[in-house]
Design a protein around this ligand. Structure first.
Ligand code: PGA
Length: 255
């Protein structure tokens, strides 16, 4: 059975004290209204990783970073490596978010290196893929996503790939308030699973968690997560309020 996952991507939000409050509030929700069978991941800014991983020792959530640099160590001013994240007991790392691709010009080849580096240090990559509006309007969205998967993930052997989580995040849905319809999400998720099955076989494709991201909130999560190939969500804006985030975690089997 593949895992159900809800991951919050806090992006560049919250100062240290606000982050601490939010972690405490989410932890309280978790204790008061646990949702068995759903893995909850909080992808916090780098400076808060230690606080989050400390708290996670007494709690039930996993802690994620939002990026890493694929070098081991050395003269890369301002960058953070996978072994650094691993030394803070970081469980997960978002790789290839569309904001990284757009603002920091990260391409598929660099992302392949980042994925390799994360896996080497036993950090689970949440690998993001997804098309822009222009690409969807041209009707090449499937081709674009297939290429992203091929060029950044398909160098992995089956063992490596079995530790990857995929997030389908159409760029036009991120932070816009316009989510993909459940039908659009299901179509792309089943396509992604088909591409993975062609490369790694049906059993491994069936075990791969594929999350949806892009304006997912408590009002639409239930129906999105009810799609057969949607295994949860990568949540941006709606992960910054504990109550809203927790409603999303509770949305499985609750369309
Ligand atoms: P959003 O962001 O939920 O604010 O649209 C999702 C993401 O960027 O991961």
């Amino acid at each position: 059975m593949r895992k159900k996952i809800v991951a919050g991507n806090w992006k560049m939000n919250n100062n240290f004290h606000e982050a601490e409050d939010l972690l405490i509030e989410i932890d309280e929700m978790m204790t008061d209204n646990p949702v068995p069978g759903v893995a909850v991941v909080l992808c916090v800014p780098f400076p808060y990783l230690e606080m989050a991983t400390d708290m996670a020792k007494e709690s039930n959530f996993l802690v994620g970073a939002q990026n890493l640099y694929p070098g081991e160590s050395g003269a890369f001013t301002g960058e953070i490596s996978a072994p650094m994240l691993a030394s803070l007991e970081t469980d997960v790392c978002i790789i290839g978010h569309s904001e990284r691709r757009k603002y920091f010009h990260e391409d598929n080849a660099l992302l392949a290196e980042k994925v390799k580096s994360a896996l080497k240090y036993e950090i689970i990559p949440i690998f993001c893929c997804g098309e822009t509006l222009a690409e969807r309007e041209k009707g090449i969205h499937k081709e674009v996503v297939e290429n992203q998967l091929k060029e950044s993930l398909f160098h992995l052997n089956p063992d490596g790939f079995s530790n990857v989580v995929i997030a389908y995040e159409p760029v036009w849905a991120i932070g816009t308030g316009v989510n993909a319809t459940p039908e659009q999400a299901q179509e792309m998720h089943s396509f992604i699973r088909y591409i993975v099955a062609k490369k790694y076989g049906e059993p491994l494709a069936g075990e791969t968690s594929i999350l949806y991201g892009g304006s997912c909130n408590s009002a639409n999560a239930g129906v999105l997560f009810a799609q057969p190939d949607v295994d949860g969500g990568l949540i941006g804006g709606a992960s910054l309020k504990a109550e809203e985030f927790w409603k999303i975690v509770q949305s499985f089997d609750n369309p």
